[in-house]
Design a protein around this ligand. Structure first.
Ligand code: GTP
Length: 264
């Protein structure tokens, strides 16, 4: 194993898919599409909501943080603002997470996937102790993959693209889990440009130089760093609105799972 505790009864199913993405990336719509896809394809899935502040979910959740933690009460009780309230709610939930894991363990034979939705403010999950505790609890019991949702049309500028990839890179190194990039909204903009930039860093460097508003040695150097990062992930184009790319997405999750299992 790669630093993770070897668990003798570690099973291949269910695969935990933790969905993260910047605000506006379409994470909620993408989750909804994944859930619909599992229903249509007879994939046996569980849905988990980890966003305590969400008012209405467009999909049903089998496990919902809101059933355990009352976000508004937490805000009042601890005199917190919205983000502090979400973070504290997640902390409270994390203390009970072994119970959540055992619920899934009991159902393991009947489940292919657990799709996990995270709070809309990405850093509340990716940069908090409770996010790390939850991720670790999953990953020590089930194969766990991070799905990072990218707003493809918004990433068409080389500098925005690079910022987004650096963020994804930091998640990869923080979690040490397989990462799948879901280039979303391909109904609006194809993700071909991204594949080309990821394939060949010189193409990307040329694009950065051509972007007259920005040109720096730092960007050139970072593209080399990212080149190494790209070798460690899978990317697929999807549209949460049209449903394009769902098969590709699940294939990428499966391939990442195979890789994950090899570390045990
Ligand atoms: P949360 O932060 O979890 O609330 O979600 P989000 O802001 O990441 O995404 P949300 O699902 O709310 O989508 C943001 C906007 O992008 C909405 O206007 C969606 O309709 C739009 N959107 C999401 N997916 C797609 C897509 O595949 N194609 C297009 N054209 N629009 C999309």
């Amino acid at each position: 194993g790669s630093g993770q505790a070897a668990v003798s009864n570690f099973k291949r199913k269910p695969v935990i898919v933790i969905v993260v993405g910047m605000a506006g990336s379409g994470k909620t719509t993408f989750m909804h599409r994944l859930v619909s896809h599992t229903h249509e394809s007879n994939i046996r899935g569980y849905v988990m909501n980890l966003d305590p502040a969400v008012m209405t979910l467009p999909f049903g959740a089998n496990i919902d943080i809101r059933d355990t933690v009352r976000y508004k009460e937490v805000m009042k009780q601890f005199n917190l603002g919205p983000n502090g309230g979400i973070l504290t709610s997640l902390n409270l939930f994390a203390t009970k997470f072994d119970e959540v894991v055992s619920v899934i363990e009991k159902r393991a034979d009947q489940l292919d996937y657990v799709l996990v939705d995270t709070p809309g403010q990405i850093e509340i999950f990716t940069w908090s102790a409770s996010g790390a505790i939850i991720t670790e609890a999953f990953a020590s019991t089930f194969p766990t993959v991070i799905a990072y949702v990218v707003d493809t049309p918004r990433s068409a500028s080389p500098v925005t693209f690079m910022s987004n990839m650096l963020y994804a890179c930091s998640i990869l190194y923080k979690t040490r889990l397989p990462l799948v990039l879901a280039f979303n909204k391909i109904d609006v903009a194809q993700h071909q440009f991204a594949l080309e930039w990821m394939e060949d860093f010189e193409t990307f460097q040329a694009a950065v130089s051509a972007d007259s508003s920005y040109s720096s040695n730092l960007a050139q150097s970072l593209s080399l760093v990212l080149d190494e990062f790209y070798k460690n992930l899978r990317s697929v184009g999807v549209s949460a609105v049209t449903g394009a790319g769902m098969k590709d997405f699940f294939n990428a999750i499966e391939a990442s799972t195979d890789e994950y299992m090899e570390t045990y």
